[in-house]
Design a protein around this ligand. Structure first.
Ligand code: AP5
Length: 230
């Protein structure tokens, strides 16, 4: 089985993680990043960084994100294109939370074509909506290294202390409350779920049962990486 130790022989691959809030996109993207040296590219993280930095894009995105709606394609695509221009992206990317609309999927196709690359697999993480409210409401993250945890499903070994870096500044997101999560789920079903058939029609869709435990989902994703990079 491939792991971080023999990643160097693997060609760069590009994956999309498709799924509603709480499906485990961020959790699994971080695992894949560590294991295979791919780069996690989360438009949610990029937007939150823009909000924190007070950029024009961040100012425009803040209220939209707090309401659980989708930020405009124009802002998201500008932020994504900037990030895709960085050198490390050549290692291959895990797109976490992008694309989320048909327009974003088409813009990504164009970007891939221009750079002579392709999407190796779009992975749909299938989950039950009701369970997602619990997953998202219980989430917290280390403010120092970004490692994600959950009140019930992934606790720190020592209360309040990050297992990874020892940090003690744990954060909860402003949009991680039950009401906003329901709005985010609605946005997912209306605008993002149709992308499952978009990628199915292109022959690069994979499906995973993301209701399973974190390590079981990890094994399924690893099998996909091994298949597409073979
Ligand atoms: P974004 O940051 O992308 O949030 P999201 O899609 O709502 O996804 P989440 O981060 O909530 O969930 P996740 O799937 O990463 O789950 P996680 O791994 O953390 O977007 C936020 C906002 O930004 C959007 O609402 C929108 O406004 C804007 N935005 C972003 N991208 C955009 C775009 N492209 N276009 C327009 N607007 C955009 O897991 C959740 C919790 O569950 C964790 O605590 C974890 O430990 C736990 N967990 C994970 N997997 C499992 C498992 N298998 N079993 C049990 N627990 C698990």
């Amino acid at each position: 089985m491939m792991d971080g130790g023999n990643y160097s022989g693997m060609r760069p691959i590009n994956l999309i993680l498709l799924g509603p809030p709480g499906a485990g996109k961020g959790t699994q993207a971080r695992i894949l990043e560590e294991k295979f040296g791919l780069v996690q590219l989360s438009t949610g993280d990029l937007l939150r960084a823009a909000v924190a930095a007070g950029t024009e894009a961040g100012k425009a995105a803040k209220a939209v994100m707090e309401a659980g709606e989708l930020v405009s394609d124009e802002i998201v695509l500008a932020i994504l294109k900037d990030r895709m221009a960085d050198d490390d992206v050549a290692k291959g990317v895990i797109l976490d939370g992008f694309p989320r609309t048909q327009a974003q999927a088409q813009a990504l196709d164009a970007l891939m074509r221009e750079s002579g690359q392709k999407i190796d697999s779009a992975v749909s993480l299938s989950v039950d909506d009701e369970a997602m409210v619990e997953r998202v409401s219980g989430r917290f993250t280390c403010g120092n290294c970004g490692e994600g945890y959950h009140d019930s499903f992934k606790q720190t070994a020592k209360k309040g202390v990050c297992d990874k870096c020892g940090g003690t500044d744990m954060k909860r997101r402003a949009d991680d409350n039950a009401e906003t999560v329901r709005q985010r789920l609605d946005a997912y079903h209306a605008q993002t779920a149709p992308l499952i058939s978009y990628y199915e029609s292109r022959g690069c869709l994979s499906r995973i049962n993301a209701m399973a435990a974190i390590d079981a989902v990890e094994r399924d994703l690893e099998a996909i990486v091994e298949r597409v990079s073979a």
